[in-house]
Design a protein around this ligand. Structure first.
Ligand code: SF4
Ligand code: SF4
Length: 146
């Protein structure tokens, strides 16, 4: 695996593909991918005020910080930064005592295959365009004058 994929300072979190994926088990793919051990997320509220939008814009101006909307419609702040316990062989250095969130994570909501989110914003522009589109959808259509 090319680990440099994860090390570009301003790159998105890129998940690798493997030629022989079809013949690999979920665990084998996870040990080679390690994508789940390379970020943290924090809950956000959907931005409904100018102040919040300004705040989220500021977040997105930073390298390795992104925002995504998950499958439940909840907003999340994403920091692309590897766990210090991730070993070079793809294994967890504290497997037995790893945090609950790591134990409970299921490959069924794998980020690599994009199953965990509906929208991902890497830049303020991307988020602002999305919010603008949402606003347009909510505006009632003007009645046509006779
Ligand atoms: S669940 Fe998906 S993103 Fe996470 S380590 Fe496994 S393959 Fe990678
Ligand atoms: S504690 Fe282990 S399983 Fe959890 S993110 Fe770190 S390396 Fe991955």
């Amino acid at each position: 695996m090319n680990t440099n994929l994860y090390e570009k300072g301003d790159s998105p979190l890129i998940f690798p593909q493997f030629e022989n994926e079809a013949s690999m088990t979920e665990s084998e793919i996870c040990v080679k991918c390690t994508g789940c051990c390379r970020y943290v997320t924090v809950d956000l509220v959907k931005p409904r005020t100018k102040e919040k939008i300004q705040l989220y814009t500021w977040y997105l101006l930073h390298k390795n910080v992104q925002i995504y909307i998950d499958n439940e419609g909840d907003w999340n702040l994403l920091f692309i930064t590897p766990c210090t316990e991730l070993q070079s062989n793809g294994m967890c250095g504290i497997y037995e005592t790893r945090p609950k969130i790591c134990k409970e994570y299921s490959p069924k909501s794998c980020s690599r295959t994009g199953k965990d989110h509906t929208h991902l914003f890497m830049t303020p522009t991307a988020m602002l365009e999305y919010l603008e589109e949402e606003k347009k959808k909510k505006k009632p259509a003007k009645k046509k004058s006779k």
